[in-house]
Write a protein that binds this ligand. Sequence first.
Ligand SMILES: [Zn+2]
Length: 317
Amino acid sequence: MKPYVLGIDIGGTNTVFGIVDARGNVIASSSIKTQKHTNFEDYLNELHTEAVRLFEANDAVDKIQGIGIGAPNANYYDGRIDNAVNLPWPSLPLAQLVSEKFGIPVAVTNDANAAALGEMTYGAARGLKDFIMITLGTGVGSGIVINGQVVYGHDGLAGELGHLIVKRNNGRLCGCGRTGCLETYCSATGVARTAREFLEARTEPSLLRNLEIEAITSKDVYDAAMNGDQLAKDIFNFTGTILGEAMADMTVFSSPEAFILFGGLSKSGDLLLRPLKEAMDRNMLAVFKGKPKVILSELKEADAAVLGASALGWEAK
Ligand SMILES: [Zn+2]
C-alpha cells in the first residue's frame, strides 16, 4: 500500500486537486482552470503536468495509491461522465482516460457525493447517518446519505436534486434542456440571473446599477446586500425562499437529520439562511416540522471536495 492518494475535484470553473495521506491530511494542493479547455486532451495534459509537478515537490512520485475524482454527473459504477451540462466536455469515459494518462487506478463519483463523503469523514456531518449535502456552486449539486451510505441509485446517478423543477410554468431554461430547475435559481449563476431580472423589472436605485449588468456575479450581489442595498437583499430573499421550499420537499423523501450547505453562496450567512429557514418551515409537512437542521460546511471549500474525492482514491482498482 502506497502512502498517498490524489483527490481531484472537477468543477465547472476550476479543478482543484491535492495529495492526501491516510489520515486525511491534505499534504499539498493546486488548481487549474476547467473552463478554458474545450478539448479534454489539452485539459488532461495540463492536469497531469501540474499534478506531477506537485508529486515532485512533495516527494510523492510513485507513492500514489489511487486517484479519486469528484465531477458533475460522474458515475461511480462505470467511471463515465455523461451530459454534464456545466463542463466543456459533457460525455466521456473519465476514469479510464485519467487512469491511462497517470498509470494509476481511478475511481469517480459526482462532485456533490464526493463533498458528502468529505463532510461525513472530516466535517460537519461526522456522526450523522442521514443527511443531504447541497452544494451551491456554478450549479446546484446534492449528495444524499441514508443509513451512513451515499445513495448511488441503480445506475450510479442518484442525487441530482439541483434539477428538481421548482417552477413548472415560465421557469428559467436550465443547462439540462428543461425549464424551472432549482439550480437555475439557487446556484451562483442563478443569483446573477435574478439580479439581471430584478434590475430590468424594477426602477429603484441600487448599487448594482453601477455595474455592467451582464458581468454581475453573486459576489457583487452579496457585497451590495452587505452595504444595505435593498434590491440585493431582495435577491437573497428570493433565492433563499426557493431553496427553503425545495428543502422542505426533499425532507419528505429521506427524512434527513440535517442539510449541509456547501459552496460560495452558503457563506452568505443570514442573508440567505433567514429566508431559507422561514420558507422551509412554512412548507414543511407537519411531522417533519422543526426537525431537519441546516448546517454550514465546516471544511474549507477546496478541502472538502478534494478530501471527499480522495477517500474514493483508496477504493480505486
Ligand atoms: Zn436542469
